[in-house]
Design a protein around this ligand. Structure first.
Ligand SMILES: *Cc1c(COP(=O)(O)O)cnc(C)c1O
Length: 372
């Protein structure tokens, strides 16, 4: 089976882990690879502070907690995303407000923000979906006018650029994931990056149970244990050096797919805005509304040919748990709902060869060509 993603690991990661092992440097209190990974990755994003966590979900939770988001606050979130983005808001007792996406980039549509604002709005959380950066100036302009925080969920976008600047450094705080299918990986891991020293300090405290500064065991608040282990950080430290190569490969893969699929009007392929450098985390394809072959059929055909695919995300406004709790209505976000029905992504791992892309593209074209 050709998988949608495979982590890329070589001798660098093995050496770093072996080094940490040999010194029994397993946990974060020894500093070590954690600090090197945090500094290296934050510097890559062009910001001063990085706070490593045990996954990308906890890093979103941590960033929002550090900004003081809590009950009664509303956070405007891109509806078409991994539900981890929404769950982090719910963990804090705050209210997520789903925002529909742009039809071509599939990112939060900034034109819809104004009408979703209320006196309770506290933050906006754009997601750089599939590695294409959000139109951040439009988001930031609205946030500044209303004094709202902006938190980027950059879990899919390590190395993506908006107007020449790396994502992660474009807002009050950003969250990354290093799960094994992301642009770089630690197996499980995450990081908050921020240019704000106060936010960074609060993230460090909340990550580590808010231990007391004078009396260690007189805790300063109800903290979390979201620490990253030093072994995972050793992997991450070695992976930072691979971001640019992984991004270059993903861009090449996207080019190979585009070349082979662009002549089919029933396929809406990923776009790249002139101000954007996308990392094409996954090659995400949308069937046009007039495509006569349905998605399930195409995905089944590809599976038979040994090709793994995944359907598009189910947006927050279509999640049963959101509708039952009165947090959203299915009809709220029509653009995202279309993606939920008609989108899927194809193998996009950095180990893919042009021949393999050829094989996927041919199978897809064949699936489209079959009579109903
Ligand atoms: C993967 C992902 C997450 C969650 O990260 P984990 O490390 O799996 O917890 C959050 N948001 C988005 C957009 C993601 O793609």
């Amino acid at each position: 089976m050709l998988r949608v993603a495979e982590p890329f690991i070589d001798q660098d990661e093995k050496d770093a882990v072996a080094d940490a092992m040999a010194r029994a440097a397993l946990s974060g209190h020894m500093q070590d690879y954690i600090v090197r990974f945090e500094r290296g990755f934050a510097a890559y994003c062009g910001v001063e502070h990085g706070i490593g966590t045990n996954n990308g979900t906890t890093s979103i939770h941590l960033a929002l907690a550090a900004l003081g988001i809590g009950p009664g606050d509303e956070v405007l979130v891109s509806t078409y995303t991994n539900m981890a983005t929404f769950f982090a808001v719910l963990y804090l007792g705050a209210t997520p407000v789903p925002i529909d996406c742009e039809p071509e980039t599939w990112n939060m549509n900034p034109a819809l923000l104004e009408r979703a604002l209320t006196p309770h709005s506290r933050a906006i959380m754009p997601v750089h979906i599939f590695g294409h950066p959000v139109d951040m100036d439009s988001v930031l302009e609205i946030a500044r006018a209303r004094n709202l925080f902006v938190v980027e969920d950059a879990a899919q976008a390590h190395g993506a650029e908006y107007k020449g600047r790396k994502v992660g450094g474009l807002s009050d705080a950003a969250s990354f994931s290093f799960y094994s299918n992301k642009v770089i990986t630690t197996g499980e891991g995450g990081m908050v990056v921020t240019g704000n020293a106060d936010v960074a300090e609060r993230c460090r405290a909340y990550r580590n149970l808010c231990y007391g500064r004078e009396n260690r065991f007189m805790h300063e608040d109800v903290g979390f244990n979201y620490r990253l282990s030093n072994l995972h950080a050793a992997v991450g430290w070695a992976q930072v050096n691979k971001i640019d190569a992984n991004v270059a490969k993903k861009r090449q893969i996207a080019g190979w797919y585009r070349e082979r699929l662009k002549h089919r009007p029933e396929l809406l392929l990923p776009v790249e805005r002139p101000w954007a450098r996308s990392v094409y985390w996954m090659y995400h394809i949308v069937l046009s509304p007039d495509c006569r072959i349905d998605r399930a059929r195409i995905m089944a055909y590809l599976a038979e040919a040994g090709i793994e695919t995944r359907p598009g995300f189910v947006p927050f406004n279509m999640q049963k748990i959101a509708i039952e709790r009165g947090l959203a209505a299915a009809a709220d976000c029509p653009v995202a709902n279309g993606l939920a029905d008609r989108a899927f992504y194809v193998p996009s791992g950095v180990g893919l060869t042009e021949d393999q892309v050829d094989m996927v593209a041919s199978a897809l074209l064949k699936a489209l060509g079959r009579p109903i």
